[in-house]
Design a protein. Sequence first.
Length: 171
Amino acid sequence: MLLPWRTVLENVLLPIDVQRQSRDRYVKEASELLSLVGLEGFENRYPWELSGGMQQRVAITRALMHDPAMLLMDEPFGALDAMTREQMNLELQRIWLERKNTVLFITHSIPEAVFLADRVFVMAPRPGRIIDTLEVNLPRPRVLDAMSSPDFWANVDSIRAQFNAKAVVGA
């Protein structure tokens, strides 16, 4: 969540401020990351002046400020419309291809999981536990047209079958 009273740049620098580090050392890196996510020129805008997708990119940029070994993303695109969500999936893949940070992406969308992942962990409810792991062997970079390929849907069907086979739906 972005702080509405802080500009884009100030939101990205929030981890620096919280850790009481020198902003001057990180402004250049923050600007480079904003450029990486396509937000160059928006540094002085406020969150309410941005689209939902742009706000998500600011949040991703903030998370990348300390070059973490892993990004944990829990349903980050769930509130976006379908078209913006697809664009954010492409954007996240592009950032991942460039930075190579490990991303643990939690989603309820099986097609989204297949599009983004190299490995999908299927979880069961009550108690939450991993019931299967499936490798996604689709070539990268993935384009949206890949979602219409038989290989893509074979992966989706394989994951969906786990829910039926393990009788976890409604368990």
